[in-house]
Design a protein around this ligand. Structure first.
Ligand code: ATP
Ligand code: MG
Length: 443
């Protein structure tokens, strides 16, 4: 490439040349001739320099054109890069917005605390949970929001966070801006803050509902345990009383067999002896009547022990027979009302039969009643019974010592049913029972 020309030199030479040319024009030939050869030489030099300059300028132009092209290429590249950067920036902004939205409206409250427990960051959920603005929370020590009874727990929580370096969970009570408190679950972990110290990132969830449910469950469990303990006690007592009752019943049957039937049979033996010594149709008729009395007594005893009719003829027939026998023995009128009870399973039939039997015995023993109404019906899937008398009544209730009433109720409960006594002094007594006939569901 040509050297960069000395412009001042060039201008000087051009001025000289102009001078010579103007002298020529003015016919100053002598002077011209004297300087002609010098002039020529200078003109030649000037021409060379001008050529050189031209060459320099051409090179410069070529260089500039190349540079311009390079620049254009760079410019396009830069514009592409700038566009990519703008796109990346937009994406980063979108992500940041999304993250902030998720952070702010996460289902749990988020707090960042410095090492001393001062709040330095908080999301919207936490402000809502605490009923305080962001401004009120930032720079506030979190201990101000913790109820006095949870301060120790929170202190240990923070210590564990720094000592273990792992996530720690605690349940504490928090006091809100409006003065109300709630049960909160804290989950905290230490995070680097950038200046070598550690901050604590804490999530906060309101577990008041869960605590309440736990409390209710606890109370319910205690209540159930109480019921189970009471029922166990009742059943134990009942079982003792049933053993007693069984013993009494055996004694009664033994006495009946010995005193009543034995008496009939002894009398009968005497009559037969007498008739064998001297046949007498009158004596034989008496012996026969005595045997029949014994047989009737055996039948009564047998049906008291096991109601055979129940199996062979069904509940209704067995109840009808029980009632007519009862009226015959006690003179108390019994009215039976029944409506479409249909087929009844054996266990439910036996339970209803025994409840009627005990109710009627009670009427005969305690009620001083003249009339009893027994109703049997089927409502939905329940077999329902009511035995009502018009006697003196009593202050009803299941006294633990009353084997008869408790036994009736146990029979109903054993079949998932229930039994209540409705009685008041002077107002008669109603025994009401319902036994479900449907299969128990597994739920
Ligand atoms: N229909 C009734 N009318 C009046 N009092 C009754 C009637 N049924 C029961 N009672 C009262 O309730 C008490 C308890 O009855 P429950 O059948 O449990 O015992 P009980 O008849 O005395 O003896 P058992 O254990 O032999 O049946 C009776 O002692 C009686 O005072
Ligand atoms: Mg009784």
């Amino acid at each position: 490439m040509a050297h960069k020309p000395d412009y001042e030199e060039l201008l000087k030479k051009l001025a000289e040349a102009e001078e010579i040319i103007s002298a020529l024009r003015n016919q100053e030939l002598d002077a011209v001739v004297g300087t002609k050869s010098v002039l020529f030489i200078r003109l030649k030099e000037t021409e060379d320099q001008l050529k050189e300059q031209r060459k320099y300028l051409e090179d410069l132009l070529a260089e500039r054109t190349r540079l311009l092209e390079d620049l254009k290429i760079h410019q396009v590249e830069l514009e592409t890069q700038a566009e990519e950067l703008r796109r990346a920036q937009r994406e980063a902004q979108d992500l940041l917005d999304k993250y902030l939205d998720l952070y702010d409206h996460a289902p749990v409250g988020y707090l960042t605390l410095d090492k001393g427990g001062v709040i330095i960051e908080v999301n919207v959920t936490a402000t809502e949970m605490l009923s305080l603005d962001k401004k009120e929370l930032i720079h506030t020590p979190i201990t101000k929001l913790i109820s006095p009874d949870s301060q120790n727990e929170f202190h240990f929580h923070m210590n564990r966070v720094f000592e273990t370096g792992t996530t720690q969970t605690s349940e504490i009570r928090i006091r809100k801006g409006n003065g109300l408190t709630f049960h909160a679950k804290l989950q905290s972990m230490a995070v680097s803050s950038g200046d070598r110290t550690k901050n604590v990132r804490t999530s906060l969830s309101d577990i008041t509902g869960r605590k309440k449910a736990e409390e209710e469950l606890h109370q319910y469990r205690e209540h159930l345990e109480e019921i189970v303990a009471r029922r166990t006690r009742e059943l134990r007592e009942l079982s003792h009383r049933l053993v007693d009752a069984q013993e009494k019943e055996r004694t009664t049957i033994g006495n009946e067999l010995h005193d009543e039937i034995g008496q009939y049979l002894t009398y009968c033996t005497l009559l037969i002896d007498r008739a064998s010594r001297k046949p007498d149709p009158e004596v034989l008729a008496q012996a026969k009547a005595s045997v029949q009395d014994a047989m009737s007594l055996i039948r009564d005893l047998s049906s008291m022990l096991s109601p055979r009719l129940l199996k062979s003829a069904g509940l209704l027939t067995a109840v009808e027979s029980l009632l007519s026998e009862y009226t015959r023995r006690t003179g108390i009128k019994v009215d039976l009302d029944h409506s479409g009870i249909g087929e009844v399973p054996e266990d439910a039939g036996l339970a209803i039969y025994r409840i009627i039997q005990e109710s009627l015995t009670n009427v005969a023993r305690h009620a001083q009643a003249s009339e009893v109404k027994v109703s049997l019906s089927r409502q939905n899937d329940d077999l329902c019974l009511e035995v009502a008398d018009n006697g003196i009544g009593f202050e009803s209730g299941f006294d633990r010592k009353s084997t008869g009433l408790t036994g009736m109720r146990e029979r109903a409960v054993a079949l998932r049913g229930e039994l209540t006594i409705d009685s008041r002094k002077g107002q008669g007594t109603r025994v009401i029972a319902a036994i479900p006939l449907s299969e128990p569901s597994n739920v």
